[in-house]
Design a protein around this ligand. Structure first.
Ligand code: UD1
Length: 370
């Protein structure tokens, strides 16, 4: 029986998770027919199109063009635009990834229509409900029919919440599949030398969490820390649109001239910069994982993480959002010899294959109510 699989993407961190799953299903055309829907949550060129090219991903079949708004507006607009697509295309499974508003909105539509949802990257928990992503993770996992987890702590979280083990499959990390597949191409990019940087001779920074960048006081603390770090180690900072909107002239002036500010980068250039960095300073989820895989020391400017395995097994450390703490942690990390690389279980480049097998193994006849 050929299954109809609808994949939902909306924001930048979704693309590298969906790409390997779609590629794996494309190898089995007798089993799967696929539709790729982009909600339009991210709409800037640097946040989207670059990635499709870099990841050899097909252009989405449907674009919902929802754009920005408050959480309620964005979630509601995605639901309104997505429901007719599901009704018309009648998928056997809808595959959602990660924890963005597009993930929870599409899962909710499917749950109401009686369409099965597979959640890739299920079970991660920061236990911090002030993070919009934590709410998205909790709700999506309650609604999903198949929970595909990246690490064993995620399975334990789901068990604690009473999720039936029959719905859970530990598949590993699909984002690492994309990294493994594109690493050689990324390493061949000239961006590091073109920027006049030396391998292991700079810090790479990304910041976009509302808790860090929407509060001017918090942002100033981090910016001041970056300026001090830049006194001894070059700092490269591709700036997310949310952060760009919040960095006014006052915040920006100490940064300019000392920290290299860039527009958001494509996937390959970004991985190239990450791979050669001395350390990374971030509040991103994905970067904690990618730096762990590559063995690059990572300072996460957050009080918690939904990815504790990157601390227990990998290179990640949590740092408070305070100037002096950040500077001290950076100088310590920059001086330490690079730790030998430890890669978490099943972060092996074959997670997408396990995702596809899990879905193929559940090819039950399904009665749609939509
Ligand atoms: C979203 C995700 C976050 C993810 C991040 C990766 C949610 C709740 N958050 O956060 O988990 O880590 O994407 O980038 O889903 N903007 C642009 N151009 C764009 C996209 C956004 O200018 O292409 C602006 C928006 O107008 C808005 C701000 O950036 O003002 C935030 O965008 P939004 O998608 O709401 O959330 P992110 O902060 O990007």
């Amino acid at each position: 029986m050929r299954q109809r699989i609808l994949h939902v993407i909306g924001a930048r961190p979704n693309y590298m998770k969906t790409a390997p799953v779609m590629a794996e299903m494309s190898r089995r055309p007798a089993e799967f027919e696929q539709l790729l829907v982009h909600t339009g949550q991210h709409y800037d060129f640097e946040m989207s199109e670059f990635f499709f090219r870099d990841l050899d991903m097909r252009i989405p079949d449907r674009l919902l063009n929802v754009g920005s708004g408050s959480h309620a507006e964005q979630t509601a607009h995605i639901m309104l635009a997505f429901e007719p697509v599901v009704r018309e295309w009648r998928p056997d499974w809808v595959v959602v990834v990660g924890d963005v508003n597009s993930t929870v909105a599409s899962a909710l539509v499917c749950a109401k229509l009686g369409v099965r949802v597979a959640h890739v990257e299920a079970g991660l928990r920061s236990r911090d409900r002030t993070m919009p992503e934590e709410i998205n993770r909790l709700v999506t996992d309650q609604l999903a029919d198949l929970l595909l987890t990246p690490s064993r702590d995620a399975d334990a979280n789901l068990h604690r919440e009473g999720v039936d083990q029959a719905k859970i499959e530990f598949v590993g990390n699909v984002m690492i599949d994309t990294l493994v597949q594109h690493l050689d191409k990324a390493r061949a990019r000239p961006i590091v030398s073109r920027m006049g940087l030396k391998a292991a001779g700079y810090a790479l920074v990304t910041l976009h969490r509302p808790s860090n960048v929407d509060d001017p006081g918090a942002l100033r603390e981090v910016v001041e820390g970056l300026c001090l770090i830049a006194g001894s180690l070059p700092v490269v900072f591709p700036v997310h649109p949310r952060t760009r909107k919040n960095i006014d002239e006052d915040t920006l002036s100490p940064l300019s001239g000392r920290v290299t500010l860039l527009d958001p980068l494509g996937y390959l250039d970004f991985i190239s910069l990450l791979d050669s960095a001395r350390l990374v300073i971030t509040d991103s989820g994905g970067l904690q994982e990618e730096s762990t895989y590559l063995g690059v020391p990572c300072l996460t400017v957050r009080p918690n993480t939904e990815r504790p395995i990157t601390i227990t097994c990998g290179t990640n450390r949590l740092v408070p959002r305070e100037r002096d703490a950040l500077v001290a942690a950076a100088s310590l990390a920059a001086e330490e010899p690079r730790a030998s690389r430890a890669v978490p279980e099943l972060w092996d480049g074959s997670a997408a294959l396990r995702v596809v097998r899990a879905i193929a193994g559940r090819a039950l006849p399904w009665k749609h109510s939509c």
